[in-house]
Design a protein around this ligand. Structure first.
Ligand SMILES: [Zn+2]
Length: 1025
């Protein structure tokens, strides 16, 4: 018998002699002890905002046959558990759940919870509505969803979250570190998932914890302490799970009962602590005590942790105490160590050999597109909401904000939820959209000064159907009606763009708001479009379209910044000009010829026998480049028959594991249809029965637009398929390519290489895939070849000179990472279901070396923020039903500098305005546009008097100056105390008299604008003057 057990026996005997009560008071009051190994015990629950169940099902605890999970239980039981012992602590992360719960609490509970928060027992960390994914979301969505949560927390509790807690997302983006970390005022960010090879190396070098400098441009001014966990976000090895149905050994410390095990549990705890200490710098380690949907009956956890802390400290080998990541971070900071430096990001993520989580970069491409479309609409709708004046009672844009926030969750836009949950995300977006649409309609009626007696309303096209189906524009104009098309431009600069609309009639003309005829072109509405349109309208709206449009009407529009113009479409008069019909020619299979098409500077040559564009010539820049564009698919790996030493691993919703590449239609022998006209030339190709595409060159544009329709991907052979397109050039890219980080900074990628460790290549394709939100480009000494995307995709450059995008995937096996459902999306009309067909666009262009950024940045904004279109009808001979045919929300003489984008213009409930401006370029990215930009704030708000401008943190929950004052200063290995890198430049404080905002490369500045007089009364006629 060892000494401890002997002593216990002594205590027991004495106890029996003198007292009968077995009541134990566990001492949980320990804090840090210098010189000892300090184990920070951090209780937490990881509550996915939708995954196997919907967000509401998780909250209320329904649908438990799928997963026993009820977040309401977690929050309900945490309160008494914390009250029972003031040393206990808990962190809570997902505001979508917390806010649902908070709204249901009594005043008494609310008061108690506020006290728990202020005492530090309950800490709200991360603080966004969800723990967003880091591969598929656009950085604007990440900012918005974090802001939504942070502003609620400051309003209700007057606290600002200090810690980033991205414990589950499947790889980590540089934008998360610097933008959604340092720039929101976080002192640290923690996460669980990094590449298994990277993790091993970091464990050996004790470099799991680093200073992460995510932005080349902002450098140490936006660095953050970042900690990757040794394994995952669960309790340490050795059995420390304490949910009611968990089977870890509980601490049995009643000697009257069998299975007394105090020393054994203490030993297991100490062993786990020492193991972790061996791979961690300083004498502080963190035990993440919790995992998915735990603490539903919090007492079971705290009972065990109380005992562990009590007995471990009696044991004395290590010092254990309740803690939070904030306390842990402060301890790391106080240790005054120099930490390893980490730059770039943690993509792609593999959790073991042959298991690269790069499939989800493309999984559910239609949902990814829907989220992106809604994101842009939300940005524009908030602008229009502001121009009209926000309605307190509604309708407003809040429910779209909420739906979009939830859709950024790491099982939502990532494409890794079950199908019914994906449907729930889409439903929420649709509901939010309908309300935002009516905000936009009201605002447009106000801004166009409609005649209230005529009550015309501007109808918008259903965004879900991407203008394939647009009843508002498909009206019969022969009976004297005209169609008014309003185009709103959410960008801060003037825009010349192309509008494409389905129309039913042919003899029509387009006029601008001053009555001048506008050049236009009619492109035939092809059979494959008719089929796709009818199919989707039936599937999504449950109706069959009554008429089929004959043409796409294409015309060029010029729209002022943050403003609109209107165009009138009517039957052409004989004396007038009218829309040019496209000249259509068909080239049969086998016919050999080269077709040159394009207008102005850009000419594209198309080989009919190869079935692809073959040459790109820009006469302005003298860029000539042989190109080739092809499709192929990867057959999805079926790991079920794998025998040792292989670990079974299928390709699935998360994991991309190809089993061979198969070119689609390698001879390219397909009939082509060429349509030419004054504004656009198009080549239509039916690549195979389930892929078609249109290659376009527009007048005045120097890029190629490729529209693809992919699906229904056949699975009759029982094999899942992952469909990619490759665009090849002759660029000597030398294994190197560049991809964006969450739509913002570009990161250099080298094939089969990682800058942080020597990569052991086991998946030469999947292991080279990266998330693409904005674009991907290649360079050699003469040229840049850029491809821009319309949503998040996975992509790579597997061969020098070539860009590859994964467009769609249909899989028949699960990849064993939890979702337990095959990613086999279908669309049903009545009872007939077929594989999901997706439609989308990408764009490519070739520029001289060093000159590609301008197009990527400017056009990238146009892709993200398309023109918002609305339609009204006008009867012939009747007076105009509205008074203002054009509008600009900013001073008519002004536009934002070409390197600045408006990310947020939003009226808050108190009438103040939240404004966010972003510099679009990195340091050195463009010769001119990487320079400082200056924005005259007064010119953004004509007719309004700015009273005060307060610069805020990125999530607008604290003043920037206060945030900077609190910022922890960290030391980096190999650098002096003040850092050896060149300090990043940032814009000066805004002078209240000049009201000019300076922005340096990659800077995003967030300000609250208070009006000189309360705006509540003056708001109504804001733009009537
Ligand atoms: Zn999760």
């Amino acid at each position: 018998m060892d000494l401890a057990k002997f002593l216990c026996w002594v205590v027991l005997l004495l106890g029996i002699s003198f007292v009968e009560s077995r009541y134990m008071v566990y001492n949980t009051s320990h804090t840090m002890v210098p010189g000892k190994l300090n184990v920070h015990v951090v209780p937490h629950s990881h509550d996915d905002v939708g995954w196997l169940k919907t967000v509401d099902q998780y909250y209320v605890g329904s649908n438990n046959s799928i997963q026993v999970a009820c977040v309401q239980n977690v929050l309900d039981s945490i309160v008494p558990a914390l009250l029972a012992d003031k040393n206990r602590k808990f962190i809570y992360v997902e505001q979508a759940f917390f806010q649902r719960w908070w709204n249901e609490q009594s005043e008494t509970i609310k008061r108690i919870v506020k006290e728990l928060i202020h005492s530090g027992q309950l800490e709200l960390i991360n603080g966004g509505m969800c723990m967003h994914d880091e591969a598929a979301p656009h950085y604007i969505d990440m900012i918005d969803q974090t802001t939504l949560g942070h502003r609620f927390i400051i309003r209700e509790f007057n606290v600002t979250p200090r810690i980033g807690w991205q414990i589950d997302p499947f790889g980590h983006s540089a934008v998360q570190a610097y933008l959604l970390g340092a720039e929101v005022g976080f002192d640290s960010v923690f996460f669980g998932r990094i590449d298994y090879q990277d993790r091993e190396k970091r464990k050996n070098e004790k470099s799991l914890e680093v200073i992460w400098r995510g932005s080349k441009s902002l450098g140490s001014s936006s660095q953050i302490f970042a900690g990757a966990f040794p394994k995952n976000y669960e309790p340490p090895p050795g059995g420390f799970y304490y949910e009611i149905n968990d089977d870890s050994p509980v601490v049995q410390d009643d000697p009257d009962l069998f299975d007394y095990n105090v020393q054994e549990r203490v030993n297991a705890f100490v062993a786990a602590a020492l193991d972790q200490a061996n791979i961690t710098r300083t004498n502080h380690i963190m035990f993440t005590m919790g995992t998915d949907f735990r603490y539903q009956y919090a007492h079971t956890w705290y009972r065990q942790m109380d005992k562990l802390i009590h007995y471990v400290n009696l044991d004395g080998r290590v010092n254990a105490f309740y803690s939070t990541p904030s306390i842990y971070t402060d301890a790391k900071h106080a240790a005054n160590e120099a930490w390893p430096l980490k730059t770039e990001d943690y993509f792609p993520y593999a959790d073991r050999i042959n298991a690269y989580w790069t499939g989800y970069f493309t999984s559910r491409p239609a949902l990814k597109r829907y989220v992106r479309v809604m994101s842009a609409y939300y940005l524009a709708a908030r602008q229009l909401e502001f121009f009209k004046g926000r309605s307190q009672k509604g309708p407003n844009t809040d429910s779209l904000a909420d739906a979009l926030a939830i859709a950024q969750h790491h099982d939502a836009v990532s494409g890794t939820s079950k199908q019914h949950v994906a449907n729930d995300y889409a439903k929420r977006l649709a509901i939010g959209y309908v309300e935002a649409e009516s905000v936009v309609a009201t605002s447009l009626a106000h801004l166009t000064k409609v005649d209230p007696t005529l009550k015309p309303t501007f109808q918008q096209a259903n965004n879900l159907l991407a203008y394939i189906y647009c009843p508002s524009s498909e009206i019969n104009l022969s009976d004297g009606k005209s169609l008014i098309v309003l185009a709103y431009n959410p960008l801060g600069w003037k825009r010349v763009d192309i509008v494409r609309l389905p129309v039913v009639g042919g003899e029509i003309a387009v006029h601008d708001s001053e009555g001048h005829e506008v050049e236009s072109q009619l492109v035939p509405f092809t059979d494959e479009y008719v089929a796709l349109r009818n199919y989707h309208v039936e599937a999504y709206l449950g109706q069959s379209p009554t008429q089929v449009p004959k043409y796409w009407l294409v015309f060029s529009v010029t729209v002022p910044p943050l403003g609109f113009t209107t165009y009138t479409i009517s039957t052409a008069k004989k004396t007038d000009g009218y829309s040019s019909k496209s000249y259509v020619s068909r080239i049969q299979k086998g016919e050999q010829s080269i077709i040159d098409f394009g207008h102005g500077n850009l000419k594209l040559s198309f080989s009919t026998d190869q079935g692809t564009a073959i040459n790109y010539v820009n006469s302005r820049t003298s860029m000539t480049e042989p190109v080739k564009q092809t499709f192929s698919y990867y057959s999805a790996y079926n790991g079920s028959n794998d025998k040792e030493p292989l670990i079974p691993q299928n390709s699935g919703a998360y994991v991309f594991r190809p089993n061979g590449t198969f070119p689609i239609n390698p001879e390219g022998q397909v009939p082509l249809t060429v349509m030419r006209g004054p504004l656009v030339d198009e080549v239509h190709q039916q690549i195979n029965p389930w892929i078609s595409q249109i290659t376009r060159v527009y007048k005045g544009k120097e890029h190629v637009e490729v529209e693809f329709i992919v699906g229904n991907i056949p699975i009759d052979d029982g094999i899942g398929k992952e469909v990619v397109t490759q665009i090849s050039s002759s660029l000597k890219s030398n294994k190197t390519f560049y991809t964006d980080s969450s739509g913002r900074d570009y990161i250099k990628r080298i094939r089969d290489y990682r800058s942080d460790w020597k990569l052991e290549v086991n998946q030469p394709v999947a292991g080279n895939y990266y998330p693409i939100n904005h674009g991907i480009y290649l360079q050699d000494s003469e040229k840049e070849f850029s491809v821009m995307v319309d949503r998040a995709f996975g992509g790579s450059s597997i061969v020098d000179g070539q860009v590859e995008l994964m467009l769609h995937r249909r899989l028949l096996l699960d990849d064993s990472r939890g979702v337990a459902e095959n990613l086999n999306e279908t669309v049903c009309v009545q009872d007939k279901c077929t594989g999901l067909t997706i439609q989308g666009k990408y764009y490519y262009r070739i520029d001289p070396y060093g000159e590609g950024a301008k197009w990527r940045r400017t056009f990238g904004q146009e892709i993200y923020s398309p023109l918002l279109l609305a339609f009204a009808q006008q009867d012939a001979g009747k007076p105009m039903s509205f008074g203002a045919a054009s509008f600009s929300g900013i001073d008519p003489s002004y536009s934002l500098p070409g390197n600045v984008a408006l990310l947020t213009l939003q009226e808050l409930d108190d009438g103040n305005v939240l404004l966010r401006l972003a510099h679009l370029y990195e340091v050195g990215e463009d010769k001119e546009l990487s320079g400082v930009a200056r924005v005259e704030l007064r010119k953004l708000f004509p007719g309004k008097k700015i009273g005060k401008v307060t610069e805020m943190s990125l999530s607008a929950n604290q003043e920037r100056s206060a945030m900077e004052k609190k910022r922890l200063v960290w030391k980096v290995e190999g650098e002096g105390s003040h850092g050896e890198e060149k300090k990043a430049k940032r814009g000066r404080e805004i002078d209240p008299r000049k009201l000019e905002m300076e922005l340096y490369p990659m800077e995003i500045r967030t300000v609250l604008i208070h009006w000189e007089r309360p705006s509540a009364h003056s708001r109504i006629n804001r733009f009537d003057a």
